[in-house]
Design a protein around this ligand. Structure first.
Ligand code: MN3
Length: 194
């Protein structure tokens, strides 16, 4: 069975970028809902004793309902870890790879922001690392996730409307802009395979 992780920061820690009210709904209702529906879906099946990553891999392209719930549980848990109250600067380790693969930190941020802004409908913008170590920006629809593919998750931003609508209405661009003040670069660096 799966459990909703606590947010790794206080509910008002990200204001004014993301309000406590948004987190009450996003974490306390949306993410919690994915976890409880996932548990309902796997109870009595062999998935109940598997890790989340195993459930994602086993259900991909086979059981859309379980895949969507498990992937959304993973994506949200990962997303909370990508955020911090004070943000900060990239570590030397990740900055080196960003400069190698995107030319500069600004160029990476521009590409990631443009991908997040242009994503049509619900989904996620991701920084991922391929099997050669190269960093790539990708967008994924709905619950899709790099977990269980040959791309390693490094950093993500939720661009479903529930992530920003209470604070920004339809202004996704302002939500994306503020993300850069709250990136947990230490967590992102820890995900690298170098
Ligand atoms: Mn969400």
């Amino acid at each position: 069975m799966f459990t909703l992780p606590d947010l790794p920061f206080a509910k008002d820690a990200l204001t004014p970028w993301t309000s406590a009210q948004t987190l009450e709904f996003h974490h306390g209702k949306h993410h919690a809902g994915y976890v409880s529906k996932l548990n309902d879906a796997v109870v009595g099946t062999e998935s109940v004793d598997k890790s989340l990553e195993e459930v994602i891999a086993a259900s991909r392209d086979r059981n859309q309902k379980v895949f969507n719930l498990a992937a959304q549980h993973f994506n949200h848990s990962f997303f909370w870890n990508c955020l911090s109250a004070g943000g900060g600067e990239p570590s030397a380790e990740i900055l080196k790879l960003i400069v190698r693969d995107f030319q500069s930190l600004d160029a990476f941020r521009d590409q990631f922001s443009a991908t997040a802004a242009a994503h049509f409908g619900s989904g996620w913008a991701w920084l991922v690392q391929d099997t050669t170590g190269k960093l790539l920006v990708k967008d994924y629809h709905d619950a899709q996730t790099p977990v269980g593919t040959d791309l390693r998750p490094i950093l993500t931003l939720d661009v479903w409307e529930h992530a920003y609508y209470l604070d920004y209405k339809n202004d996704r661009a302002s939500f994306i802009k503020g993300f850069w003040d709250h990136v947990n670069w230490e967590f992102a660096s820890q995900q690298l395979h170098v």
